[in-house]
Design a binder for this molecule. Structure first.
Ligand SMILES: Nc1ncnc2c1ncn2[C@@H]1O[C@H](COP(=O)(O)OP(=O)(O)OP(=O)(O)O)[C@@H](O)[C@H]1O
Length: 209
């Protein structure tokens, strides 16, 4: 059974048809890479796939159930990473992630969150306000969710490599490989060459005028 599937999806923005009748399916251990030029509609498609926008036509299912009518189950198994990091910059990485874990019913001790932050190269920054961290460090804090929500089998990541340095990219790639090895599925966009050590399927969106 597929994890996440889009069925006959179409989307227009300001009278421009971005994509029409797209169907896709992510199986366990699959990585689907959505690529295309700026403005092609990658983020629009991603937002539809996680239920944040409604397509003009078509539907999205998670394990064969419509995500709209089974949103709680889908949400429980999803990590979505969008352009906005979803961090409160007045609070520390530890406070942000503690709150996020609570929202996602993840029972975790502070020392585990700190160990994940340390693994992500944020040693000594765990209790500083997020506003005092660099762009790449803030992104690492947000990405820590991929290390904390172990019961999520579906990851949907919109340009997750943005602002990461070489080491950050390597950490994330290794995590992606780990996730798929356990049967997880991934949909992602990127403007970088993915070069993962596992097979990646591609869906190319063109810029339609
Ligand atoms: N809320 C909106 N209202 C009106 N137009 C929108 C909206 N969101 C996106 N668009 C338009 O839809 C088109 C596709 O945008 P989208 O963000 O999906 O592209 P993208 O492929 O992700 O681009 P990029 O590579 O630059 O991130 C763009 O022309 C954009 O201006």
């Amino acid at each position: 059974m597929s994890l996440l599937s889009g069925h006959h999806l179409s989307c227009s923005k300001r009278d421009r048809l971005l994509f029409d009748d797209i169907s896709l399916a992510v199986e366990p251990s699959d990585v689907l890479y959505i690529r295309g030029p700026n403005g092609a509609g990658k983020t629009s498609l991603i937002r539809i796939l996680v239920g944040l926008s409604t397509p003009d036509t078509g539907s999205v299912t998670y394990r064969d159930n419509c995500i709209r009518s089974h949103y709680d189950v889908f949400h429980h198994h999803l990590v979505y990473f969008g352009h906005k990091l979803g961090l409160n910059t007045h609070f520390s990485p530890l406070e942000n992630l503690r709150h996020w874990c609570k929202q996602h019913q993840i029972s975790v001790r502070d020392d585990h969150i700190v160990s994940v932050l340390d693994e992500l190269g944020l040693v000594g920054l765990e209790t500083l306000p997020v506003s005092s961290l660099s762009a790449g460090q803030q992104r690492r804090v947000a990405l820590a969710r991929l290390w904390l929500k172990n019961h999520a089998d579906m990851w949907v990541l919109d340009e997750p490599f943005t602002a990461l340095d070489v080491q950050g990219i390597a950490l994330l790639k290794a995590r992606l490989v780990e996730h798929t090895a356990k049967g997880g599925g991934v949909i992602m966009t990127s403007h970088q060459d993915l070069a993962l050590s596992i097979p990646v399927r591609e869906l190319a969106l063109e810029y339609r005028i």
